[in-house]
Design a protein around this ligand. Structure first.
Ligand SMILES: Cc1ncc(C[n+]2csc(CCOP(=O)(O)OP(=O)(O)O)c2C)c(N)n1
Ligand SMILES: [Mg+2]
Length: 555
């Protein structure tokens, strides 16, 4: 005879058994069964966000900064609707996340009560699997399957609708156990040989490095591969993670999203080895094709949707990047012999003048030139912030125009050290930093955000204060949507910036932050900025702090 258990308690027990430690949520009546059961699960921390997009962004930050499964719970149809922008982001980054919503009782939902709509079709386009539980006995199978699907590469969010009758019913059910699929697969011996032969045939190879190097923990291996070949390694066009060890000699920084520049940058090469990355994902349309005509592609990764998606791959391998590189390097060395070693040495020497470290020096010099500009230059802010950060700092980046040089200045030293806006929907940074801090309670987390971006999710500050998280928030306050103004001007030659300023009335960032229970300071003087930033990083703190930096908004 199995012990009887309520659906609500079984749900929380199942999440915990799948490794979930925090439930990010926003409650309504349909979530009350879960809220009722929480007191019996004190080892699951409930983190309340004051709007559903914040809830999902917090969970997203947690998973992205840890690689672990996260869970978040939102309120029926309007709550799921509020969460869609954040779910879109989680889909983009393949965040392993279980998103749930309470739903009206089965049968009652059919009468279309207040707040009701079908949830599964709403969530479906953005998740790997969407399902509603229709029998309590199915709950364990569904949660176990959801956790497995979310965590199996290509990882991604899943959605479960939880009707009230399922949560409140009681039954003798077996909670079963967790399944995790080990996908650290390497290619066949034949393929490794063929890959090595093909790469050695390349006269001018180049690496393109993406997010799977973080997910598969392959940063060291990727750096070694670049050094064995002596070839440049570029980060992909959206630098939303620490996709390469910045200070290694072959790192060139990230490609940008200017089609012409990318084409020019890549045209010297004949073979692009794509390591767990999308290929030349762009933002705005251009008549220029970013891929040079004669560049051939060798592509490796587990996210097969991206392989050969827009550009055919001459060799395509669905395998773990770390395991593949580990198997490939000794074969390359054996086959390449001394000739390869010599070529690699020359290649590394030739990169010394143009690699990330060299470019960093010139970016520092350029930033210093702006050290006395007022309003404060974004470049001086970025430089001063990077100088202030301790070695183990984690940076959450949604700094937009003010932080344009951030990834040129901040070195990625480990795979969790930087997380940036990936999918383009703004408002991710403030709440994501909360999840990042929960994932790394012992590391200092700093979030840099544009003022416009921050206003999409400003109530996340309350959660940071409520949870006493020592996050430093740096707001780049230029009083408007500068990037949109820049684009109106450059695309349309129009400098009538209707709907892009917030100066009447201006936003009172210090007042906003203080109203949500946190310390805040406004900085207008470029010479005091470095000290304020340094102070923000020193000592232990019991709660967040906000630094409102008044920066240049010139278009
Ligand atoms: C969810 C969402 N809504 C609107 C946009 C369009 N958008 C892109 S950037 C931007 C303005 C960003 O302003 P801010 O964060 O202040 O940065 P700044 O350009 O001033 O540096 C807007 C509105 C978007 N990307 N995502
Ligand atoms: Mg702005």
């Amino acid at each position: 005879m199995l012990n009887t258990i309520t659906g609500r308690s079984a749900f929380l027990a199942l999440l915990k058994d799948e490794g979930v430690t925090h439930l990010f949520g926003n409650p309504g009546t349909t979530e009350l069964p879960i809220m009722h059961a929480l007191k019996d699960h004190p080892d699951l921390t409930y983190v309340m966000g004051m709007q559903e997009s914040i809830v999902v962004y917090m969970a997203d930050g947690f998973s992205r900064a840890s690689g672990r499964l996260s869970a978040c719970n939102v309120h029926v149809a309007p709550g799921l609707g509020n969460a869609m922008g954040a779910l879109f982001s989680a889909k983009f980054t393949g965040t392993p996340m279980i998103l749930t919503a309470g739903q009206q009782e089965q049968g009652h939902g059919l009468t279309e009560p207040l707040l009701y709509d079908s949830l599964v079709p709403m969530a479906q386009p953005l998740v790997k699997w969407a399902v509603e539980v229709t029998r309590l006995e199915d709950l364990p199978r569904i949660v176990r399957r959801a956790a497995k699907i979310a965590t199996t590469p290509p990882t991604g969010p899943v959605f479960i609708s939880l009707p009230g009758d399922i949560l409140n019913n009681e039954a003798g059910i077996d909670l079963a156990s967790s399944t995790r699929i080990d996908t650290r697969v390497r290619p066949s011996d034949e393929m490794i040989e063929a890959l090595a032969d093909r790469i050695l045939r390349a006269e001018r190879p180049v690496l393109l490095c993406g997010d799977e190097l973080v997910k598969s923990d392959a940063l060291e291996e990727a750096a070694q591969l670049s050094e064995v070949l002596g070839c440049p390694a570029f980060q992909s066009t959206i630098p939303f993670g620490a996709h390469f060890l910045s200070e290694r000699p072959c790192f060139m920084g990230s490609l940008n999203r200017d089609q012409k520049q990318v084409r020019d940058t890549l045209s010297p090469y004949d073979t692009m080895i794509v390591l767990g990355s999308d290929v030349l994902r762009m933002s705005v349309w251009s008549p220029t094709e970013p891929m040079p005509d004669n560049l051939r592609i060798v592509q490796i990764g587990l996210v097969d949707w991206e392989i050969g998606k827009n550009y055919p791959a001459e060799m395509a391998v669905k395998a773990d990047v770390r395991e593949t590189i580990k198997a490939l390097i000794p074969v390359l060395q054996r086959k390449g012999g001394r000739a390869l070693a010599e070529r690699a040495q020359q290649g590394i020497a030739a990169l010394a003048k143009s690699n990330w470290s060299a470019k960093r020096e010139s970016a520092i010099a350029a930033s210093k030139k702006a050290s006395s500009a007022k309003p404060i230059s974004g470049d001086w802010l970025t430089h001063s912030l990077v100088q202030a950060l301790p070695k183990d700092a984690i940076l959450v980046n949604e700094g937009l125009t003010a932080a344009r040089f951030l990834t040129n200045l901040f070195p990625y030293r480990d795979r969790w050290s930087m997380h940036g806006n990936a999918a383009g929907g703004i408002g991710w940074g403030l709440p994501a930093a909360i999840g990042v801090q929960f994932a790394h309670p012992d590391r200092p987390v700093t979030c840099i955000s544009g003022d416009g971006s921050a206003m999409y999710s400003v109530q996340a500050l309350w959660t940071a204060a409520n949870q006493k998280l020592p996050i430093t928030y740096v707001i780049c306050n230029n009083g408007g949507y500068r990037i949109i103004k820049q684009r109106l001007k450059s695309f349309h030659g129009n400098d009538h910036y209707i709907g892009m300023d917030f100066v009447d009335p201006p936003l009172d960032w210090v007042g906003l932050a203080k109203s949500m229970g946190m310390n805040a300071v406004r900085v207008t003087e470029p010479d005091t900025l470095p000290d304020v930033l340094k102070q923000s990083q020193s000592g232990s703190r019991n709660g967040p702090t906000l630094i409102d930096v008044v920066v240049d908004g010139t278009v």
